[in-house]
Design a protein around this ligand. Structure first.
Ligand SMILES: Cc1cc2nc3c(=O)[nH]c(=O)nc-3n(C[C@H](O)[C@H](O)[C@H](O)COP(=O)(O)OP(=O)(O)OC[C@H]3O[C@@H](n4cnc5c(N)ncnc54)[C@H](O)[C@@H]3O)c2cc1C
Length: 409
């Protein structure tokens, strides 16, 4: 609840002025997760212009975090970041719930679990070092019936196994001490979960990186990637070309398209899911002190492949129906299950964001973060929530991969 409310639906991602999306063409099925094949085509380019060591595609928080980690490892690196918009972080990074997640939910040992816990720590450190305001408001996950308690306990064990600091199980009285308006039989308290404005983080990253020597090419919608005769890659928009020896793809919603442009064999498609936000009216903010979440419901969570198979099959129409079913009325009813005093007029629409979620050819969800690497290119194929929290850890991981596969020192 509060800033964390995120119902979903799908939406067309191919907007006006978006060269890759023209005609809404989708790449076909292929292969994910291992080696990106060498870039396919050969062209002649004026190689007297500067050739960068690495071109990063995508100026969201993951691309920026990757640039930061690379420059930390190798400060002399000639790095360029290509962003199709006129500003950084205007897609997922600029339209999300702003939660610094703690890492409770994710499968122990997964990238998500490790990088969320590590990333949350790094994000707080970054905010403190750059005087970015964040609110360590804490979070409670609440069971509203006895049937939910075993699932709550399983979550608690997961969180503890994942190394989430400060977790505790709460009885009903303790839940009420933390969140007086919540109806619950038990809960988990995560005191370190926080809220931040990721746009501020992005802006600070951008300033720091430019000062460290990063070149940013704005309004640079990459639409072709070709191999240059004599070595290197040409990364082009319809108007411009830059050359670089290696490529890192952090293009979010378009990571599958960029991977295919670069010759990678990826079986996944990125499916866009739209999330609506609601805010509590300021005069009713006393209803919620921090973040309140229900125990995830295995019958309807998006993480279940049944839903995704359905969403994939019918995603043009079916998921729209899904969106319609998540009307404000239904949303309020769901919230009232947690906070009975809440009324429809207490919440107002706060905007929307589009999630990039990788889905396999069989319709199953790629649950974990997914990064594919090859000799010329690394592709961050799937970095959905908690990707903003985890970004600085993902960046370090990608920089480590680049060191190995690109032979950086
Ligand atoms: C509704 C919603 C709520 C969320 N809530 C949270 C949360 O509370 N906490 C959390 O940790 N995470 C949350 N997330 C997830 C988080 O926002 C993402 O994981 C994260 O922002 C991903 O960053 P990114 O850099 O990969 O993608 P993006 O921010 O989407 O950046 C990709 C960039 O690539 C650029 N690009 C694309 N194609 C091209 C091209 N051809 N040429 C050049 N540039 C290109 C785009 O313009 C964009 O700037 C949420 C996401 C959504 C949508």
């Amino acid at each position: 609840m509060g800033a964390g409310a995120e119902p979903h639906t799908s939406t067309a991602r191919h907007g006006p002025g978006d060269p890759l999306g023209a005609g809404g063409q989708r790449p076909g099925p292929g292969y994910i997760g291992q080696v990106a094949r060498a870039i396919a085509f050969v062209g002649d380019y004026n190689t007297s212009a500067m050739t960068y060591d690495i071109a990063i595609i995508g100026g969201g928080i993951v691309g920026l975090a990757t640039a930061r980690a690379l420059l930390e490892k190798a400060p002399a690196l000639k790095l360029v970041l290509c962003e199709k918009e006129a500003e950084l972080g205007t897609h997922q990074t600029g339209h999300n719930s702003g939660v610094i997640h703690s890492g409770i939910y994710y499968k122990p040992g997964s990238f998500k679990a490790r990088q969320c816990v590590e990333g949350a720590r790094l994000m707080v450190e970054f905010c403190e070092a750059h005087a970015i305001k964040y609110d360590r408001c804490g979070k409670v996950i609440v069971a509203t019936s006895q049937e939910e308690v075993p699932r709550l306990k399983t979550l608690y064990e997961r969180g503890t196994t994942n190394g989430v600091p400060g977790l505790s199980m709460l009885d009903a009285a303790h839940v009420r001490e933390i969140e007086p308006h919540v109806r619950a039989v038990a809960g988990i308290h995560s005191p370190n979960t926080a809220i931040v404005d990721y746009s501020e983080v992005t802006a600070a990253l951008g300033r720091e990186l430019v000062a460290s020597g990063l070149t940013i090419e704005y309004k640079f919608p990459v639409s072709a990637i070709t191999r240059v005769r004599g070595g290197g890659l040409a990364v082009s928009t319809p108007q411009h070309t830059i050359t670089a020896n290696k490529l890192i793809n952090c293009a979010g919603l378009y990571s599958d398209v960029i991977a295919r442009l670069a010759g990678a064999n990826t079986e996944v498609q990125i499916i866009p899911f739209r999330g609506e936000y609601y805010f509590l009216r300021p005069e009713r903010e006393s209803l919620v002190r921090g973040l309140i979440y229900p125990v995830p419901d295995p019958e309807c969570t998006l993480g279940y492949s049944g839903f995704w198979a359905m969403a994939r099959k019918y995603w043009r129409t079916g998921a729209y129906e899904m969106y319609r079913s998540l009307s404000k009325k239904k949303f309020v009813e769901a919230l009232q299950g947690l906070v009975p005093d809440l009324k429809g007029e207490d919440i107002i629409r706060g905007g929307a964001g589009v999630r990039a979620q990788a889905v396999r050819a069989d319709g199953s969800l790629v649950d974990d973060f997914s990064i594919a690497s090859g000799p010329d290119a690394i592709h961050v194929v799937n970095a959905p929530s908690p990707g903003a929290t985890a970004s600085l850890a993902i960046g370090r991981h990608v920089a480590g991969l680049a060191t190995q596969t690109f032979g950086l020192v």
